[in-house]
Design a protein around this ligand. Structure first.
Ligand SMILES: Cc1cc2nc3c(=O)[nH]c(=O)nc-3n(C[C@H](O)[C@H](O)[C@H](O)COP(=O)(O)OP(=O)(O)OC[C@H]3O[C@@H](n4cnc5c(N)ncnc54)[C@H](O)[C@@H]3O)c2cc1C
Ligand SMILES: NC(=O)c1ccc[n+]([C@@H]2O[C@H](COP(=O)([O-])OP(=O)(O)OC[C@H]3O[C@@H](n4cnc5c(N)ncnc54)[C@H](OP(=O)(O)O)[C@@H]3O)[C@@H](O)[C@H]2O)c1
Ligand SMILES: Cc1cc2nc3c(=O)[nH]c(=O)nc-3n(C[C@H](O)[C@H](O)[C@H](O)COP(=O)(O)O)c2cc1C
Length: 592
């Protein structure tokens, strides 16, 4: 019903005033005009906003660093143009029965760890994988999988979701697309097909929750259009006697206007060591001055190998071709093996030059070899500063990869590009990678527990700086460690100042090689189990950063042991407790 007073203002006429004839005529005309204006208004509003049939579309994402999340929001924008009312949901915010009731479902997920679900997808996956999972017989769906072919289990999380939805009766409306590192083009073509097809499926009507579908604001900088930042300072944090080298880098964002939050990562696009490029050129029988076409221009082969191509880590295509050309039965067997562990063991520490040298029978022309090299990959680094403390700066904490193998010196591409090739004043190509859940609590009064051995300390330096600037009153507990206290206690001075000021409430250290038996951060956690559990009960957030393959798994086990023991819970109850921490984003990880 139209509210007259709201939509049209009637001229004020005192109620006690009698109307003369003229006035009555005027009033009659006014009311007639008003009536026709109202009719017009109702007609036009019927054209513009008559209650249309709402066709809901559920878009869910599993995402660790925001790529899948970004695609989900792009997908929602596209869906609106197809008469759909999209709702974008983090998988952690989805209940399985509600999902099964969705008639139209698009699922976008990356893969993490070694073929694992991203953290925010794990609980929903556990639910759908169980025997009690509901039927999806009324659901039309399609899956987009983000991944990277350099990992063994390419896009496994997306593959598993696709198969499981089908097994539960879901009707696939567009084939799954598995995307490699440069996912944008493949994601767009999947989106175009999936959205258009799904818009034709299912019934009209339903409840729209489109209000939650807000497009993420994306930075203009990415792999293809990187930001150029200036290195303003670098220093070695570990001692010269250390068995490893960890460096601190400070980069200036200048007037770019780019920003980040503590917990995000920075992707660096490196250049290769010239010595590596020279070795490869020699094996190719080239001088490096040969010209190669690139984007309509010519560049020298040397420039291509130094700046644009991944010349250290072998691609799967390179390995397959090498085994074929060299007639290498051992490599062929390893490549064919479903268990990837033996291949990984064989490849560990070997680069392309090692493999070519070990296979003298494999002959490649320069052009054939070039076709098997991938574009140089960006490497992620957890940001170790808070922009609130260091205006327009971003800091990194990087462990340099250097080792000798079979008489050749090996250097990690990006870690040694930063350590050896970039000097203060030089520009570095990079772009930010947001990590939404990996952040200090919004409520400054809540305590936090951080576990970050080795370079895992990086984001926690940022967290502590952030909490300092915000004058957060919540307690801060850090578990840190590395090989030796004398040589590897990085940021020691800063941490001691933070302890003295009361910012760092507790610092528990585990130097693994200071004594005959190994002592790790999880041993310190277990020693302090009662206190640790008390912090969790007080609402503490729990964070892990660093090595994914050994440390993060063992720390997770220690957490469950503590919860069971000090919370007097059986295994199932402890698991439910930990799951709840995950679901409420009070247990988050940044592991690699
Ligand atoms: C989200 C995220 C955050 C990260 N944050 C950080 C961080 O804060 N600090 C940090 O230092 N790193 C961090 N990393 C790791 C970083 O991205 C790079 O993987 C790392 O610096 C190595 O890259 P590189 O180019 O130097 O080495 P590459 O050229 O890529 O070579 C790596 C390869 O070298 C081989 N190798 C390495 N060590 C040895 C050895 N001792 N013996 C034999 N072979 C070996 C292995 O085959 C390994 O795969 C992070 C990764 C991710 C995904
Ligand atoms: N694939 C590998 O074999 C390998 C080896 C080293 C590093 N890395 C990678 O190198 C990167 C940077 O490493 P980093 O410099 O940050 O440090 P790091 O090599 O992860 O070591 C930091 C500390 O963690 C200890 N540690 C080893 N295993 C552990 C476990 N299961 N639980 C808890 N702590 C454990 C180490 O002890 P000890 O070294 O004394 O055991 C050391 O004291 C990471 O990406 C890491 O995954 C890989
Ligand atoms: C530590 C780490 C582990 C990864 N593991 C895999 C993997 O096992 N399989 C795969 O296909 N991709 C893997 N990837 C690649 C990611 O899936 C890919 O970068 C994806 O675009 C990330 O999307 P997200 O930002 O939405 O999480 C991994 C990436 C990282 C950083």
């Amino acid at each position: 019903m139209t509210d007259f007073n709201k939509d049209y203002k009637v001229p004020f006429v005192p109620s006690n005033m009698p109307f003369d004839e003229n006035q009555q005529q005027w009033l009659g005309g006014f009311l007639a005009g008003l009536h026709s204006r109202l009719l017009l208004k109702e007609e036009s509003s019927a054209q513009v906003a008559a209650p249309k049939a709402v066709r809901p579309l559920t878009i869910i994402y599993g995402s660790q660093t925001g790529n899948a999340e970004g695609v989900a929001y792009d997908c929602a924008e596209l869906a609106k143009g197809h008469g759909l009312a999209p709702q974008v949901l983090d998988m952690d915010d989805v209940e399985l029965p509600t999902l099964a009731a969705s008639e139209r479902l698009l699922l976008i997920t990356s893969t993490y760890g070694e073929g694992e679900m991203p953290d925010n997808a794990q609980l929903l996956w556990d639910a759908i994988e169980s025997d009690q999972a509901p039927s999806f017989a009324n659901t039309y769906y399609s899956v987009l999988a983000l991944g990277d072919t350099s990992y063994d289990e390419f896009c496994l999380a997306g593959i598993l979701w696709d198969k499981r939805l089908e097994a539960l009766g879901g009707k696939r409306i567009a084939e799954r697309v598995d995307c490699d590192g440069d996912f944008e083009a493949a994601a767009e073509s999947w989106m175009a097909e999936a959205v258009s097809t799904i818009s034709q499926k299912g019934s009209d009507g339903g409840v729209s929750s489109a209000a939650t579908s807000q497009k993420k604001v994306k930075s203009q900088y990415n792999r293809k259009n990187p930001l150029q930042v200036e290195l303003i300072d670098k220093r070695v944090l570990s001692s010269p006697d250390s068995s490893k080298e960890i460096c601190h880098f400070e980069l200036s964002l200048g007037g770019s206007g780019e920003t980040y939050k503590a917990g995000d990562a920075l992707n660096i696009i490196p250049a290769n060591q010239p010595a590596y490029a020279a070795e490869l050129l020699q094996l190719m029988g080239c001088t490096g001055e040969e010209l190669e076409p690139r984007d309509g221009e010519s560049v020298t082969l040397k420039q291509l190998l130094t700046e644009e191509l991944e010349i250290r880590t072998p691609s799967k295509e390179f390995l397959a071709e090498l085994s074929l050309r060299a007639g290498n039965a051992e490599l062929a067997q390893l490549l064919a093996d479903e268990d990837h562990a033996p291949l990984n063991d064989f490849l560990y520490g070997k680069d392309i030059v090692d493999l070519l040298k070990a296979s003298p029978l494999a002959e490649f022309s320069a052009a054939e070899l070039l076709a098997l090299l991938k574009p140089i990959a960006a490497r992620a680094y957890s940001i170790s500063s808070s922009i609130k403390k260091h205006d327009k700066e971003v800091h990194l904490t990087v462990s340099s990869i250097r080792y000798e193998q079979e008489g050749r010196e090996h250097m990690g591409v990006c870690s040694t590009y930063l350590a050896d090739l970039v000097e203060a004043g030089d520009k570095v190509k990079c772009y930010f990678v947001p990590n939404k859940s990996f952040a200090v609590p919004e409520n400054d009064e809540l305590p936090i527990i951080m576990v970050g051995p080795g370079t895992g300390i990086a984001p926690f330096r940022a967290f502590l700086e952030e909490r300092e600037v915000r004058a957060a009153t919540g307690s801060n507990w850090l578990f840190f460690g590395d090989r030796n206290s004398k040589d590897d206690f990085i940021y020691r001075d800063e941490l001691e100042v933070m302890q003295a000021s009361g910012l760092l409430t507790r610092l528990d250290l585990a130097f693994s090689r200071d004594q005959p038996e190994k002592i790790y951060v999880q041993d310190r956690m277990l020693e302090q189990g009662a206190e640790f559990f008390a912090w969790l009960e007080r609402g503490a957030y729990f964070y892990i950063c660093g090595d994914a393959y050994r440390m993060a798994k063992d720390v997770d086990k220690a957490l469950r042991t503590i919860v069971a023991e000090h919370g007097s819970m059986d295994t199932a109850a402890a698991e439910a407790y930990v799951n709840d921490l995950k679901k409420t984003k009070r247990y988050v990880r940044d592991v690699y």
